[in-house]
Design a protein around this ligand. Structure first.
Ligand code: 5AD
Ligand code: SF4
Length: 444
């Protein structure tokens, strides 16, 4: 039995940029007359939005593509999108001949044309960035967001930083910012639709340069934070190189701009940072942290760290460990270095054995967990504004999120559960290393 052709199923891996790209792809497909189904068996078109940040993520893609193999011959078509698509290009057709479309994120604006070709039965359609023509962004009003209360807006695509370990400049193309007018139109539309929590996205979100020359990144934060109906503006990911004091000022000024900065450090050793081509030193990074700490608000800081980069000595790693105390992060996302194709670090001998990498990762995570246990205790007794995100009926708790992006599980005295997307004041009664527990307090 052949599946109806104008139905699709989409699977998404990777970062928030990828998650939001999929929302735009879904909106585009729906506008082209396709219907989304939740069961891959029922879909005529299966799309797979992929990630290649580390080798494991990429292996998963080929494993999954092999699973698709058994579904071929049922009149189904397959499309591979995202970072593995851009990275591997035509090679995907060799490894998985049943795939008909391969497109990187920098080509999604051509999706309607690619879909037409797919409908006409073409089998080797590619949308691959040639790194020459990329001054355009994928702005579309056809976005099907998965959550009706919190939503993403991409303000800058691609990356020009070329850190020596990273695939992103190759998979997402050149850095290109979206016009501030277009951003504001989308934000206003979202606010009118009832979105109260808007998250600005970019690989390096604070590297934003308005092509219209009207607004700086901090001004975009302010403009959106001042829109009627908007209660929270978040932004991720910030790059230390482009982090400026006016970002801290706007957080201090406007309660709607969330008190959280995700600022990946990657390593606490200036020697390793140099080899990573991060273009800053430990001291330079700590100066930005000092700006954040000098704010009137308690701004939560989180980071990404890579352990076991080629050449990382025990002493280098110790310097990374000392960052945990010097900064006081509320979350650390730590990864073992993974060699990626085409990146400059491929030429560096991978000197750190796997066992050492995993032992360092474990030490880092254990140390951070203990620090988080202590640092989350600062919230004990505080009353915080929490957005309701779900319910844990088993435990009789409501789950939500604070402005600092912390998970808060709480109970209410009311017989009726608060609505999803509503905001409540919650008093924190217990703390854990990764979440807070509390009870809703009566307003007024
Ligand atoms: N190996 C391990 N981790 C990596 N990251 C990026 N590239 C690699 C790699 N080759 C991590 C960085 C980045 C996060 C999204 O993933 O810490 O900030
Ligand atoms: Fe993965 Fe990086 Fe691509 Fe996001 S940009 S999907 S993290 S490779």
């Amino acid at each position: 039995m052949s599946a109806p052709s104008k139905t699709f199923y989409i699977e998404t891996f990777g970062c928030q940029m990828n998650a939001h790209d999929s929302e735009k792809v879904i909106g585009t497909l729906e506008h082209e007359g396709y219907t989304r189904v939740e069961d891959e068996e029922a879909a005529g078109l299966i799309l797979y939005n992929t990630c290649s940040i580390r080798d494991k993520a990429e292996q998963k893609v080929f494993h999954r593509l092999n699973e698709y193999k058994r579904m071929q011959g049922e009149g189904k078509q397959f499309a591979v999108l995202g970072c593995v698509a851009q990275q591997e290009g035509n090679k995907i057709f060799e490894r998985a001949p049943y795939v008909s479309l391969v497109s990187g994120s920098a080509s999604y604006r051509n999706l309607p044309a690619m879909l037409d070709r797919l409908e006409q039965g073409e089998t080797r359609i590619t949308g691959l960035d040639d790194h020459r023509t990329q001054d355009e962004t994928f702005d579309t009003e056809f976005t099907t967001r998965s959550n009706p209360h919190r939503g993403y807006i991409t303000i800058i695509e691609g990356c020009d930083k070329f850190c020596s370990y990273c695939v992103v400049p190759y998979t997402r193309g050149k850095e290109r910012s979206r016009a501030s007018d277009s951003i504001m139109t989308e934000a206003q539309r979202m606010a009118a639709q009832g979105y109260t929590d808007i998250q600005l996205l970019g690989q390096n979100v604070n590297s934003y340069r308005d092509p219209l020359g009207k607004q700086t990144f901090a001004q975009v934060l302010r403009s959106i934070g001042q829109l009627s109906g908007v209660r929270r503006v978040r932004f991720t990911t910030s790059h230390p190189r482009d982090f400026t004091p006016d970002i801290v000022q706007v957080i201090d000024e406007l309660p709607t701009v969330c008190d959280h900065v995700h600022l990946p450090v990657q390593s606490g050793s200036s020697a390793v940072l140099k080899a990573m081509q991060r273009e800053y030193t430990r001291e330079w990074y700590l100066e930005r942290i000092a700006w954040i700490k000098s704010a009137k608000r308690d701004i939560s800081m989180t980071t990404d760290i890579i352990v076991g980069f080629p050449g990382e000595t025990e002493d280098d790693f110790e310097q990374t460990m000392t960052m945990l105390d010097e900064v006081g992060y509320d979350a650390v996302y730590a990864f073992q270095y993974s060699q990626r194709p085409n990146t400059p670090a491929v030429g560096m001998p991978d000197t750190v054995p796997d066992e050492v990498k995993s032992a360092r990762l474990q030490r880092l995570m254990d140390a951070q967990r203990e620090r988080q246990r202590l640092s989350y205790e600062r919230h004990l007794g505080q009353v915080m504004d929490v957005m309701v995100e779900g319910y844990n009926r088993q435990r009789g708790q409501v789950t939500g999120r604070s402005s600092q992006n912390k998970t808060v599980n709480f109970t209410t005295a009311q017989p009726i559960l608060p609505a999803l997307g509503s905001y409540l004041n919650v008093r924190v009664t217990r703390t854990f290393p990764n979440s807070l527990v509390g009870e809703a307090v009566q307003a007024g």
